[in-house]
Design a protein around this ligand. Sequence first.
Ligand code: SF4
Length: 484
Amino acid sequence: MPPAHPFDDDKLKEECGVFGVVGLADAANFVALGLHALQHRGQEAGGIVCHHPEHGFNHARRFGYVRDNFTKESLMKTLPGPLSIGHVRYSTAGSKGAAIRDVQPFFGEFSMGGAAIAHNGNITNAVALRKELIERGSIFQSSSDSECIIHLMARSLQRNIPERMEDALRRVEGAFSVVAMTRTKLIGVRDPHGVRPLVLGRLGDGWVLSSETCGLDIIGAEYIREIEPGEMVVITEKEGIESRFPFRRQASKFCIFEHVYFSRPDSIIGGQSVYETRRQIGVELARESPVEADLVCAVPDSGTPAAIGFAAESGIPFGMGIVRNQYMGRTFIEPTEQIRNMGVRLKLNVNRALIRGKRVILVDDSVVRGTTSRKIKEMILDAGAAEVHFRIASPPTAWPCFYGVDTPQRDKLLAATMTPDEMADHLAVDSLKFISLDGLYRAVGEAAGRDKACPQYCDACFSGEYPVVPSDMLDKGFEMKAAE
Ligand code: SF4
């Protein structure tokens, strides 16, 4: 069971990826490939549920990477049928890395048949719901917030599973992109704000749901469209897609950090290439915060598109000043103390010949605790750089996310306790500049910037303005930003 990666502990961590297929023979094999493409959304564990008309429901849940588990013929033979869903997880709720019972999809047996669900996001009233459900007799199997959905479905009086899901999800607050299945139906739902992504694809006679379009690409499926905020699609092999909107309409609040960091650069979000958006962030950053320098380098891999954009706009050459070791694999996944102390050097190395004597601009996607930024700066200076200027492709991350992203507590976020200038002093760099919120909005295609009265995206981790009140966290003492 791999723990959270020891060298990525200074990044926000997404959360989960979901994938589902109906109408294709041996659907679980397609789901395994889709989950492999979504592995960046969760590396701790994965699970697949499938249904076969003769063999009924089957499932497999495993810790570790998809490629290490769901490629074995002996395992995949146990997952037959034309309907299947899957989930990769990095735990955002429930006990971290604790038990296989926390690994999704979750399954429930109802009077009208079984159903399985895979959830990406975070339920912000899960503590209150769980307490209520337990008091009324529900017996929970896991510590995951997502299991509430199954128990709420069990208590619904509706006569079919999609309607029970509607009932259940109307009680749920927060962020959810859910892929679910019955014996005959594949179901996809997004919360009314559409915080987390979910897309629809077509492959032959089959239909596919995926967190991102890169999951469609890997199996050769055609991208059809996004599931809309607040939409539920119920898909059957014979009748195709039925779309409904079971929730009160709300303003769209897609997670803007998906554009900056979480999604893969080869995915398409809202009709826009994630790579191109990130490149444009670099362009905006160069316009907002120019600096005289000799070389633009990315902190790989997530800072690369923004660094390319920064270089193009500033006219300063781009170079691979930091090289990522692509073959970390699982070799050091449970490192000894000695290896752990080598820290970031195991993953990133400086290209000394390129760096020596240069004034270097380093482009990174975000600063969370600042520990990695400090180490990278030291490596660059050790290699003989004359100056180090950080340019960050997101605004200061000053607030935690409660919508399906693992963030440290607020007091551990560097930007929660320091101004950007104080952060530059703390990191001992020559300069440190973040893209502005307006600049980020322009880069994602909002030419007039952020609409202050009704922001077009969720940007709570930068602005402190939460589109859904995190009620469980308020009960635990979290203090929201005072209204201006
Ligand atoms: S708080 Fe940040 S990371 Fe979380 S959903 Fe909103 S924009 Fe995304």
